[in-house]
Ligand binder design. Structure first.
Ligand code: HEC
Length: 144
């Protein structure tokens, strides 16, 4: 009985340890992927806005709210409508940022704001690379 309990607990702990909301993201690989993001983004305690906003703490942050960055209307409106950068949302955003934000606003009944495009012209389609880069972003975010 006791032994079975210990085994069950060990299993739970193991799966929780690997337990990204998105399974299978590798932060070390994500750091390599992030080099592509660094064309426009900085991350870390001393990061400054560049072509894109600072991504330190982005996981769990409302969209379009990093201080001092001039966001597109599309990005700001999505944040005002309640969009938060959960892991899942970043995962769906990366392959086509403008389309994702327009879909979100439309679903929120704000189709009139679902116009224009975001300033983020970069797209990342590869599923594993998206998981890895999000795992890396999470290492700079309080909400894990
Ligand atoms: C070519 C430049 C460029 C590249 C490369 C780029 N981004 Fe962006 N990103 C932007 C810009 C500009 C914005 C602001 C968009 C807006 O205001 O419309 C942005 C916004 C974002 C946001 C929303 C931030 C917020 O505060 O709302 C996330 C998340 C994001 N980028 C993640 C990434 C990730 C992850 C990568 C790499 C896989 C990446 N970006 C690569 C330019 C870029």
């Amino acid at each position: 009985m006791l032994r079975a309990g210990v085994v069950a607990m060990a299993l739970t702990v193991t799966s929780a340890g690997a337990g990204f909301a998105l399974d299978g993201g590798d932060p070390a690989k994500g750091e390599q992927i992030f080099k592509q993001c660094m064309t426009c983004h900085r991350i870390g305690p001393d990061a400054k806005n560049a072509v894109g906003p600072v991504l330190t703490g982005v996981v769990g942050r409302a969209t379009g709210t990093y201080p001092g960055f001039a966001y597109s209307d599309l990005n700001k409106h999505a944040g005002e409508a309640g969009l938060v950068w959960t892991e899942d949302n970043i995962f769906e955003y990366l392959p086509d940022p403008s389309a994702f934000l327009k879909k979100y606003l439309t679903e929120k009944g704000k189709a009139d704001q679902a116009t224009g495009s975001t300033k983020m012209v970069f797209k990342l389609a590869n599923e594993q690379q998206r998981k890895d880069v999000i795992a890396y972003l999470k290492t700079f975010s309080e909400k894990k």
